[in-house]
Design a protein around this ligand. Structure first.
Ligand code: OAD
Length: 275
């Protein structure tokens, strides 16, 4: 199981106080953005990478030259993709039938009420989209898409392409899966969007991420370096916890739902007050 059922739970009054503080900060901010990671999808049954039950903790890290392997021999690389579709590993299998959980729906609700302006996710699982989040940058790509390495055109990854390696319909360039591999540059459009969003943010919400992978985590440090508040929701303390105005340690589904309830209540109270 991807999330850890033996994790200590915060006492109710502490949880109430911390989620209240988080909601207050969100209500005061003008432009909040979020960074999410594997932890928000753990309650959907998708394994995390690091941590006690993480895939890499159990099986070791994947090779750091993945992208180089693709560039050197795209045909052999594609044959491995085909093999993985036939015999899915733990991660691929979990991605196939995963559905969004309360954490994903809470983020979408926060966006819908106008408090969350943009989300950067490191996840490739498509669950934020399925939950209805509209302003999203998938900085590590999306496992349900293919991408041309030359012109960046994306197409749905429904079937295994007959021609391998596949070629782009638009420009004839080499096509790979959209997910960003070790050693692969982040697609320019995604990176530019993250830079733009982070530069205008005056608050950042970090949900289910260790905040150790660059460049994704750098945006949080950048927002912080301008004196803006950070809010963390994560099962465990991370490298960034001590720099957060509020760090709440527990499951994203429950905590995010509580924060959203409080934000909605705060917005209602604000509407009821005479102007
Ligand atoms: P990790 O797997 O490194 O960390 C997941 C975090 O989520 C940990 O801090 C857990 O404690 C926390 N967590 C687990 N279950 C949770 C729950 N139910 N609620 C809240 N938090 C929970 O994932 P990331 O930090 O997202 O990139 O990893 C970032 C990137 O590392 C990945 O996108 C991947 C890898 O390099 C690529 O493969 C390109």
């Amino acid at each position: 199981m991807a999330d850890y059922d033996d994790a200590p739970e915060l006492p109710e009054h502490v949880l109430e106080e911390l989620t209240e503080q988080a909601a207050e900060i969100l209500l005061q901010a003008r432009y909040t953005i979020a960074l999410t990671g594997a932890g928000i999808s753990a309650e959907s049954g998708i394994p995390t990478f690091r941590g006690k039950e993480g895939l890499w903790t159990k099986h070791g890290e994947p090779p750091l030259n993945q992208y180089e392997q693709f560039v050197t021999d795209p045909e052999a690389w594609w044959e491995r993709v085909v093999e993985r579709r036939r015999n899915p590993d733990e991660l691929s299998a979990s991605l196939q039938d995963a559905v969004p959980n309360d954490g994903h729906f809470a983020m979408a609700a926060l966006e819908e009420v106008g408090v969350l302006k943009h989300t950067i996710t490191q996840n490739v699982d498509n669950l934020h989209r399925l939950a209805g989040l509209a302003h999203l940058t998938e900085i590590h790509g999306n496992s349900q898409w293919l991408r041309c390495m030359d012109c960046g055109t994306r197409s749905p990854f429904d079937e295994i392409p007959e021609q391998r390696p596949p070629r782009c319909d638009q420009c004839g360039g080499l096509v790979k899966t959209d997910t960003v591999m070790f050693g692969e540059p982040i697609p320019r459009l995604a990176l530019d969007t993250c830079i733009r969003e982070a530069s205008q943010a005056d608050c950042m919400l970090l949900v289910g991420t260790t905040a150790v992978v660059s460049p994704a985590a750098d945006f949080a440090w950048e927002v912080r370096s301008r004196g803006n508040p950070l809010i963390e929701v994560n099962l465990d303390p991370t490298v960034i916890s001590a720099h957060c105005d509020v760090a709440i340690h527990g499951k994203a589904g429950e905590i995010m739902s509580r924060i959203v309830d409080k934000v909605k209540r705060g917005l209602e109270t604000r509407d009821e007050q005479p102007s």
